[in-house]
Design a protein around this ligand. Structure first.
Ligand code: SF4
Length: 121
């Protein structure tokens, strides 16, 4: 009996495909959407709990009903996880209905972020 291993998934191609889908159908990429709405000028500093909760609710509302929410989350975590590890990038703005610190927590929980990010989360 011959056992063949399935080909390794081509992550780059998958992310490109998901990004194309987001570009076609994401709420923030549709004609007339204002990208600034996903990147508020002021993000809460430190652990200002009330401001953070307000921001989190705004983030959820901003992406509510987006047909590519799941795809966006996958692409976002892949991109931001990679940037965090390689360049110390810190998430900012609203993506996948989540505030930056919420995505950072997910990245840390998934092991996609380094120890510096773990301390910041
Ligand atoms: S989930 Fe939000 S950030 Fe992601 S594509 Fe949809 S509207 Fe844009």
């Amino acid at each position: 009996m011959t056992c063949t291993k399935p080909p390794a998934p081509n992550l780059a191609a998958r992310l490109r495909s998901l990004t194309d889908l987001i570009d076609e159908s994401g709420l923030c990429t549709t004609t007339g959407a204002n990208p600034d709405h996903w990147f508020p000028d002021v993000e809460p500093a430190g652990n200002a709990t009330t401001q953070r909760r307000f921001y989190e609710q705004a983030a959820a509302a901003r992406c509510f009903g987006c047909p590519t929410l799941n795809e966006c989350l996958e692409v976002t975590l892949a991109e931001e996880g990679s940037l965090l590890l390689e360049h110390g990038y810190e998430p900012h703005g609203i993506r996948a209905g989540l505030a930056p610190w919420m995505r950072l927590h997910l990245l840390v929980a998934s092991g996609s972020a380094g120890t510096d990010a773990e301390e910041a989360a």
